[in-house]
Design a protein around this ligand. Sequence first.
Ligand code: SF4
Ligand code: F3S
Length: 267
Amino acid sequence: LEADNRPPVIWMEFQGCTGDSEAFLRANQPTAAEVILDYLSIDYHETIMAAAGHQAEEAKHQTFEKYKGKYIAVVEGSIPMADNGVYCTIAGDSALNIVRKICSNAAATIAVGSCSSYGGIPAANPNPTGAASVAEAVPGVKVVNMPGCPVNADNLTAVIVHYLTFGKLPATDRFGRPKFAYGKRIHDNCERRGHFDAGQYAESFGDAGHRQGWCLYKLGCKGPETFHNCPTVRYNEGTSWPVQAGHGCIGCSEPYFWDSMTPFYKR
Ligand code: SF4
Ligand code: F3S
C-alpha cells in the first residue's frame, strides 16, 4: 500500500457563521474535492466530516495524539474569552481550551475569515462574549490571518499550496495577513477607478451613475482604505466581487471592520 503523506488538518469552528467553510467548498484552483481528497487529510471538520458526536471527537483526539507538532490547525470563528469561555463549548469543553490545546501543538495555524483573524462581528462593540482572535486567545501561536467575510477560497488554497511546497507559511504584513493577497489597496485595482479619477460618482443606488458602473465612493465604499485582492481574484470561481456587483466595499478584511468601517453607507 502507498503511504499516505497528506498532512493532517484539524479545522475548528467557534463563533462564526460557517461562511468560510462554505467559501472553501467553492474553491476551484484546485477544487475543494482535490484539496480534501488528494492534498490534505482533513481529519476533523464539523461541517464536512461524516462522523458526528463521540466519533468526531475521537477523530480529533487521534489526530492530535498521532500527529502532534505535524498537523495543520485551521480556525474559523472567534473565541469567546469572557467568563472562562462559557459562551462556546463543544463536547463539554470551551472553545478557549480547545483552541489553546490544538493550536499550540500545530505545525502551523491558519485563521480563516475575519472572526478568527480579529474577532469579527462577534467582537463588535460592546463584545458581550469577549470574542477574540486566535492570536489573542493563544499568545505566541504561529498563525497566518486570512480575514474576509468570508475568506477568499483561492487565497486559502494558495496558502495551503505554499505551505505544502515550501514547508512554511507565506510572508505576512503587520496584521499577520499574507502579502500576496492583502498587499494591495482595493481602490488601486478597482475597475471603477477611472470613474473615481474622472469625478463620476453614483449618488444613490439605482441612479443613472450607479447603472453605468460609476464609482461607489459616495455610497460609502471603503476600497480606498482596504487591502485585499478582491478586484483581481474575485469570488465564486472568479465570477464577481462586491464592487462589480454594485455594492461598495465595506472593508471586511481590515481589523475590527464592524466598528472601524461603519457607517458602511457614508464617507
Ligand atoms: Fe475606489 Fe470604491 Fe470607487 Fe472602486 S468603487 S474606485 S474601490 S471608491
Ligand atoms: Fe470584503 Fe471589500 Fe473585498 S467588503 S470582500 S474586502 S471588496
